[in-house]
Write a protein that binds this ligand. Structure first.
Ligand SMILES: NC(=O)c1ccc[n+]([C@@H]2O[C@H](COP(=O)([O-])OP(=O)(O)OC[C@H]3O[C@@H](n4cnc5c(N)ncnc54)[C@H](OP(=O)(O)O)[C@@H]3O)[C@@H](O)[C@H]2O)c1
Length: 345
């Protein structure tokens, strides 16, 4: 273990994109030590750090589902970590645990903020951040509790080649639906159709996108999964079938406007009335008590090959998290974006 610890803190609230070297500051301190542990706490080193677009929401001070980060506060994030010392019966030295460690190399974490990693058959370690982690669970509960895809229905998924989207599309296929994925490059579209079993994939950056969307939805859209908001949501509203369900999971295209001058709105909302659309948001954390059962089912699908994982692992230590989060908004990831803070020995 190093005697020094690097940690990212919030330096200023962004009004647009997160700017490396400005939005966050990298602070070096002495690393925490085992003699500082109180009962119930563990000392961990961070191995794999999850990068999540929702972080951009937490940088903005408004009424949200969790409090905004304060200036100078450690950047919030979850990770697969290794226990270096423990005063908790829930974990012992050497265990790998999932922890809300934040963007840091070493952390002391209390029992409310770490969970043992119980990998179901079929899963690998990094899946605990992806296919069976929060993004996989988001896909699972958003479909199980809100969307309820049916055999033969047309399901459209935006942000389809991202961590949540790839699992949404694959579960909808398991449920027998016809699945259309929307992503930001032809390469991503190929992965969706050739590797992950999507029926159709459309590149929203192509000039012909609107026309292709219309052609791909002759019977209109029964279920739309929204990861991105913006113009893709507006188009999905135009193509919604009567009594369509819209699962409102996120709005990545709008996050970087938070705190800025532009106030994105949604056109075509009248379609909600005309077509009796049910548009429902949800937060995965609401189903935390049901995570273990969901992980077993997701693990089973992984083992059976019905769900395939995709992940983009950035190497180079904690420092790359700062540019990595911007890469997520630039669409440089396929599947779950993870920073390898320390190689697993
Ligand atoms: N409700 C919940 O409980 C919950 C939980 C977890 C995540 N979420 C939300 O789910 C969404 C997906 O999260 P994730 O972690 O799986 O991230 P992700 O999809 O792996 O990564 C973000 C993706 O967004 C796409 N994107 C970026 N800017 C865009 C734009 N302007 N228009 C369209 N697409 C854009 C990029 O792909 P392209 O190359 O295709 O542009 C990028 O790969 C986010 O909105 C997140 O906040 C919600």
């Amino acid at each position: 273990m190093s005697s020094k610890n690097l940690t990212f803190h919030l330096a200023e609230r962004p009004t647009g994109n997160i700017v490396p070297g400005r939005t966050f500051k990298l602070v070096e301190t002495d690393a925490p030590t085992a003699d500082k542990l109180k009962d119930g706490e563990i000392l961990v080193e961070v191995i794999y750090l999850s990068l999540d677009p929702a972080l951009r929401i937490w940088l903005h001070d408004f009424r949200s589902y969790i409090p905004a980060l304060k200036i100078d506060e450690k950047i919030r994030g979850s990770a697969i970590t290794r226990v270096l010392a423990s005063k908790s019966p829930k974990a012992k030295q050497g265990d790998l645990v999932f922890a809300h460690s934040g963007w840091t190399e070493y952390a002391i974490v209390d029992e409310n903020n770490f969970f043992p990693i119980d990998l179901p058959q079929g899963a690998q370690l990094t899946d605990f951040l992806g296919a069976i982690g929060v993004t996989g669970l988001t896909a699972y509960f958003g479909l199980e509790k809100v969307g309820n895809p049916q055999p033969g229905e047309t399901v459209v998924v935006s942000g389809a080649a991202g961590a949540t989207g790839i699992i949404v599309g694959q579960i909808a296929k398991i449920r027998g639906s016809r699945v259309i994925g929307i992503a930001g490059s032809d390469e991503k579209c190929d992965i969706l159709t050739k590797e992950l079993g999507f029926n159709v994939a459309l590149n929203y950056k192509k000039a012909s996108f609107r026309e292709e969307f219309e052609r791909a939805t002759p019977g209109l859209v029964d279920l739309y999964w929204d990861n991105v908001g913006g113009e893709i949501l507006e188009l999905a509203l135009e193509r919604a079938a009567k009594r369509a369900r819209f699962v409102m999971c996120g709005g990545t295209s709008e996050y970087n406007s938070l705190g800025g001058e532009a106030k994105p709105g949604v056109r075509n909302l009248l379609q909600v009335v005309i077509n009796r659309i049910r548009m429902e948001g949800f937060i995965a954390f609401d189903y935390v008590d049901e995570y273990p059962q969901a992980r077993v089912e997701l693990g089973k699908w992984l083992a059976e090959g019905k769900i395939k994982r995709k992940e983009t692992i950035l190497k180079g230590g904690l420092k790359v998290a700062e540019t990595g989060i911007g890469d997520l908004f630039a669409g440089k990831n396929v599947g779950k974006m993870i920073v390898e803070v320390k190689p697993l020995e």
